[in-house]
Design a protein around this ligand. Structure first.
Ligand code: ZN
Ligand code: ZN
Ligand code: FE
Length: 761
């Protein structure tokens, strides 16, 4: 049989740059006896091959089957093309075309091969804190523009030495075209400085830094997506000092340990959790503490969990190899500001926090915080989706018009859509100060540039005062589509699960402006991607002092008590009342009665706060959701009693919170312990909402429930609610790619805005 010569052009779209894809193609072509070339283009990779048709078909099959670990193929198209008569197979120079559809790899942890070399005294990169190869290392945080080539990254100022260049040019080398390739003679350098910027002269800055940590000092450490503040996690005084200086009083601090064996000394680790810890994304994983606590109490006070991660850069590995149980690694910022990324900026902003600075001279182009995940209801749930995951897109059910969605106010992210892809940005933070607002602008510009997306519309929240909404309103050229907060929550969950038909959306969170001008947050919606109907909600109560009521749950306690028993509350015999300043308390109750500076809210987050304060947990919080979290943490036992959960038969069913509060007060007065009240309260909500959803399901002929909103970070609530809904025969959908909290709002906004544009087109 005579083989017929054939030439084919293969265009591949996906994460195919900077992940060892071209050398893989080079070797695969050789294995199949093909000639031709492969080239990075702005839209991905284009391959020209010449051989027999059968050889080429087998080659194409192998591309998908054997691709490198970090590569993701979204589209592969091949077509017959002109025979050019190539004599060999080669990797051609990149071209910058007019389209930029290529996907960029996220930053991933240093691979096993590089780690072996890092600790091998015979290797030329022994102890080199920037070791990487095509299978690992920084990507998203060092890229300025595409195509992804060294001059477009922050490795640009470092010229490769002859040895590194030879590796870079050798298609058989693991570092072939590894853009951040370097060694200790040509690559970035570490340096140790004091807060005045003076260099501490020492032979090995990392070993010296480890010693300083062991002595209880606080270090600012430049990492991959920004600075960390590091301190020995077993030294209570040192951790306390970090908290004081950072103005972070109680929020748990993340820790890093060298390996899984060390982590299992102080935390319970299931096989799923150890796989997560060890994944290339290296997120912070919430792990149950082993008791008695082995780390300093102040690492995660009043919490059953530690946030734990494994090292992800070679620098972390070198630092952690110096004999620590765990090192606190918390974002290098003042509370509520974005993480610092620049050396001078870090000195300026962190000089009153850190005792020493461990710097290096490779720039971070775009900051990216550590991601946080946990296992709940049988799957991995992101709490913060950032480093390691961004900018991998979520794939939507169908192609939609391009939209830029600006997110909400807290835990802000933005989202850009293109075709079937939705790109959610890294965690931007709480849009409450100028520094975060600047980071918000920067991220929008950067993402639009590297993804080459020109949105046709901008989506934002209904709330006119959010900085994200105000920014959207100032973009004169594009139509702005405002989306109700809880509708966005529900749509985000729908988008992930490829649902577009009507669902029951259970949106339970702290705060979001409702379409009636009041504050919502305990909502049962019937929704599709364009519209929603408010089928049920918690009975609204006043929030005396507005935002102050979020910081001071005792105000919400009084509001619920007044709502439940009017002036009788003073005779309820609750211990809480004795702890409060009577004249202040009377003013608050008066505000509730008059409605003065007391907007109405149906928020479940506030109900959690109120109950936490009524049972005596805390009257003030140091961070949003703290009281609710502590109420969850104290729940114990499997009590079978429930509080009454009733609703009205109005078009929007109103859930009677009086009955629940009256039950809680009654229990307290009878001396029922708070941990029992907590478990009863959780089960009441789970079964009560499930019963309500069951009724709405019948009325509207819907059997799918989408759960969303920050309250579902409460694992007990999520798991008991899922169980109760399933028992009603309803299918339950829970976010697993985007966070269930406001970090997922941008995705929901984007999907709703795009669906409305298509409907109205
Ligand atoms: Zn590697
Ligand atoms: Zn070198
Ligand atoms: Fe929310």
């Amino acid at each position: 049989m005579t083989a017929v010569n054939s030439a084919r052009q293969i265009d591949i779209n996906g994460i195919v740059q900077g992940v060892g894809f071209r050398p893989f193609i080079f070797q695969l072509a050789a294995a199949h006896g093909l000639r031709g070339q492969v080239v990075n283009t702005a839209s991905g990779v284009t391959i020209h091959v010449e051989g027999t048709s059968a050889q080429i078909d087998a080659f194409i099959d192998d591309i998908s089957a054997k691709k490198p670990p970090l590569a993701t193929i979204v589209e592969l198209q091949d077509a017959e093309t002109k025979w050019r008569g190539h004599e060999d197979f080669r990797i051609a120079k990149s071209t910058a075309g007019d389209t930029r559809a290529t996907l960029i790899s996220p930053d991933v942890c240093v691979c096993a091969d590089c780690r072996r070399e890092l600790f091998d005294p015979a290797d030329r990169r022994y102890g080199f804190p920037f070791i990487n190869c095509t299978n690992c290392g920084p990507r998203y945080t060092i890229i300025n523009d595409i195509p992804y080539d060294r001059p477009k990254t922050s490795m640009h100022p470092f010229t490769m030495c002859a040895a590194c260049q030879a590796e870079y040019d050798d298609p058989n080398n693991r570092r072939f075209h590894a853009q951040p390739n370097a060694c200790s003679s040509c690559g970035p350098k570490m340096m140790l400085r004091d807060p005045s910027g003076q260099t501490i002269v020492c032979e090995d800055p990392i070993a010296q830094a480890a010693e300083l940590l062991q002595d209880g000092h606080i270090l600012a450490v430049k990492g991959l997506g920004g600075f960390h503040l590091a301190v020995d996690a077993t030294n209570d005084a040192a951790v306390e000092r970090l908290r004081r200086r950072k103005h972070r009083e109680e929020k748990p601090l993340a820790v890093m340990s060298a390996d899984l064996a060390i982590i299992s000394r102080y935390a319970e680790v299931t096989p799923e959790e150890s796989a997560l810890l060890d994944s290339i994304q290296r997120p912070i994983v919430l792990l149950a503490k082993k008791l008695p606590e082995k780390l300093a109490f102040s690492v995660a006070p009043h919490n059953r969990y530690y946030g734990v991660m494994l090292p992800y850069t070679p620098l972390h590995y070198l630092l952690l190899s110096q004999g620590f149980t765990a090192v606190v690694m918390t974002s290098g910022n003042l509370s509520e500001e974005p993480i610092a990324i620049d050396n001078d900026e870090a000195l300026r902003r962190l000089k009153d926090i850190a005792d020493y600075f461990l710097f290096h001279d490779r720039d971070i182009i775009l900051r990216s915080d550590d991601s946080i995940v946990r296992r709940a209801a049988g799957e991995t749930r992101p709490i913060r989706r950032s480093r390691g995951y961004v900018p991998i897109p979520l794939f939507l059910k169908e192609a939609l018009p391009s939209v830029l969605a600006c997110g909400a106010e807290l835990k802000n992210t933005v989202c850009l859509t293109k075709g079937r892809q939705a790109f959610i940005s890294q965690h931007i933070g709480d849009l409450e100060n100028m520094a975060t607002e600047e980071f918000f602008h920067l991220t929008i510009d950067h993402l639009q540039r590297i993804l080459n997306i020109q949105p046709k519309a901008i989506a934002c929240d209904l709330h006119p005062d959010y900085l994200s909404t105000q920014w959207a309103r100032h973009q004169a050229r594009l139509p702005v589509i405002a989306v109700q907060h809880h509708h966005a929550h529900v749509a985000a969950c729908m988008a992930e699960h490829h649902l577009d038909g009507p669902v029951i959306g259970l949106a339970l969170d702290g705060t979001g402006l409702g379409s009636d001008g009041t504050i919502w947050g305990g909502e049962v919606l019937v929704a599709d991607t364009t519209r929603f109907l408010r089928a049920g909600c918690l009975d609204p109560v006043p929030m005396p002092g507005s935002a102050a009521a979020i910081r001071e749950p005792w105000r919400m306690a009084l509001s619920y008590l007044h709502h439940t028993m009017g002036d009788q509350l003073w005779h309820s015999g609750l211990p809480l009342l004795e702890r409060l300043d009577r004249s202040k308390a009377e003013i608050i109750v008066q505000m509730c009665a008059d409605g003065f500076n007391a907007p109405m809210t149906s928020s479940l987050g506030r109900l959690f706060d109120g109950v936490a304060a009524i049972v005596g947990l805390r009257t003030k919080v140091a961070y949003e959701g703290q009281a609710a979290m502590e109420l969850e943490m104290m729940a114990q036992g499997a009590d079978s009693e429930r509080y009454p959960f009733r609703w009205t038969s109005a078009a929007t069913r109103r859930i009677d919170v009086k009955a629940i509060i009256a039950g809680v007060v009654d229990d307290l007065v009878r001396g029922v312990p708070a941990y029992v009240i907590s478990i009863k309260f959780h089960h009441t909500l789970a079964e009560g909402f499930a019963a309500l959803c069951g009724e709405i399901a019948k009325t509207h002929q819907i059997d799918r429930v989408a759960l969303s909103g920050g309250c579902f970070q409460n694992r007990l609530l999520l798991e008991s609610m899922t169980e109760a809904l399933s028992e009603k025969g309803l299918s339950v959908f829970i976010p697993r790619m985007a966070p269930v909290n406001d970090g997922g709002i941008s995705l929901g906004q984007a999907v709703i805005a795009a669906a409305r544009m298509r409907r109205d087109a």
